[in-house]
Design a binder for this molecule. Sequence first.
Ligand code: SF4
Length: 265
Amino acid sequence: MPLLYEPAGRAREYSPLALNIYSSCDHFCTYCFVKTMPFYKGSATPVPKANIVEKLEKELSKTQITKQVLLSFLSDPYCTAESNYCITYQVLKLLNKHNVPVAILTKGGSRCLRDLDLFKQFHNIKVGATLTFDNDRDSFAWEPGAALPLDRIGALRILHGEGITTWASFEPVIEPAQSLNLIKQTLPFIDQYKLGKWNHDPRADLIDWSSYVAQAVKILRDNGKQFYVKEDLRKYAHGLTPEESDMDYMSLTSQYIPETQISLF
Ligand code: SF4
């Protein structure tokens, strides 16, 4: 199976292509669906996929990728293990060399700032975080290995200040009031928002999704933000524009650049 793949189902709403670097994730979110997937090996310690850099180089040398590649769905590119392996850094260098548009999604917080200089070399990159809770207690209870909310938010603020396009995923939404608070707090330094709901848990049925999505959309529109409402949540929304319902509206793309010209930049 190729490393670069088209995600299926709900994941496709995030990106036309994706790449998973690690075998598992040490953020241990209690709502994580990855451990329910057939390929999941149950390892608590993420390890990079075998020979990922060499294999990726081979794939990229065969095809010019112009669609956005998301890092990652089934693991986190800035999981704790990345501090030892630095494989995400090597993968990013390779993707940049081949002019591949990249969207990073992480709960690793400021860990990603190690690669700030590399982000700045990209023609097409955006860096985002999943924002779930606005306080340490809930964050630690639900996502015990992930960076705490202020660390994630602080990293996005720095990235934005350094000229990097920033984005946030609001999924799962477990405490809608906290998600709305986070949306308001992050307006000055987040460029794009993906709005989802909470799935796979009966407690989600108790949430007034119509009220949540109406409030979130109003805040984002009032502040001129780009956003996309995922299909699950869209059932509860009214009057969305075609862009707000277009999964690829905010996806990055790149034009084909012959290899001989890439070195000129
Ligand atoms: S960060 Fe993502 S992949 Fe990692 S445990 Fe949490 S939900 Fe799962």
